[in-house]
Ligand binder design. Structure first.
Ligand code: ZNH
Length: 141
């Protein structure tokens, strides 16, 4: 679990990022698809070109879910329970994809908010994204 300082760091940068979920989310997905092309196989029904409506839509959903999770950092299992079912039972996304996406989200945050993305803020986000990913992949078997 995150310390109080880490939670505060996640929430403070989230405050900035939440203003533009579509653009930031689309960029994170574009980076995911380019750096880890296998990840595209889950999105064969999408237009995966950079900045497409599909990427903006889905990017906003993913980041929006992170924003909701950030409000429940003490209770991620419960907050993400439905999404955890979806990823484990319906989507069956290979867990390796979560690591790369988490990395890409951090790169997007660093590129857009360089002044805020201090090392301790990055460390907090890394821990937060790892915790979210752990819940979303916890029901796999
Ligand atoms: Zn996921 C979906 C979140 C990761 C794939 N997702 C989804 C959604 C959300 C999410 C919110 C929506 C749901 C509904 O609608 O209900 N994810 C998320 C998060 C994360 C993730 C938060 C982390 C961080 N995913 C992921 C990955 C992958 C995925 C890594 C692969 C690569 N997802 C997915 C898919 C889907 C989803 C495929 C479906 C889409 C459509 O629309 O179709």
């Amino acid at each position: 679990t995150l310390t109080d300082a880490e939670k505060a760091a996640v929430l403070s940068l989230w405050g900035k990022a939440s203003g533009d979920l579509e653009a930031l989310g689309a960029e994170a997905l574009d980076r995911l698809f380019r750096s880890f092309p296998q990840s595209k196989t889950y999105f064969s029904h999408f237009d995966t070109s950079p900045g497409s409506a599909d990427l903006r839509n889905h990017g906003a959903k993913v980041l929006g879910a992170l924003g909701e999770a950030a409000k429940s950092m003490d209770n991620l299992d419960q907050a993400l329970s439905k999404l955890s079912d979806l990823h484990a039972y319906n989507l069956r996304v290979d867990p390796g994809n979560f690591k790369v996406l988490s990395h890409c989200i951090q790169i997007v945050l660093a590129a857009h908010f360089p002044a805020e993305f201090a090392p301790e803020v990055q460390a907090a986000w890394d821990k937060f994204l790892a915790a979210v990913s752990a819940v979303l992949t916890s029901k796999y078997r």
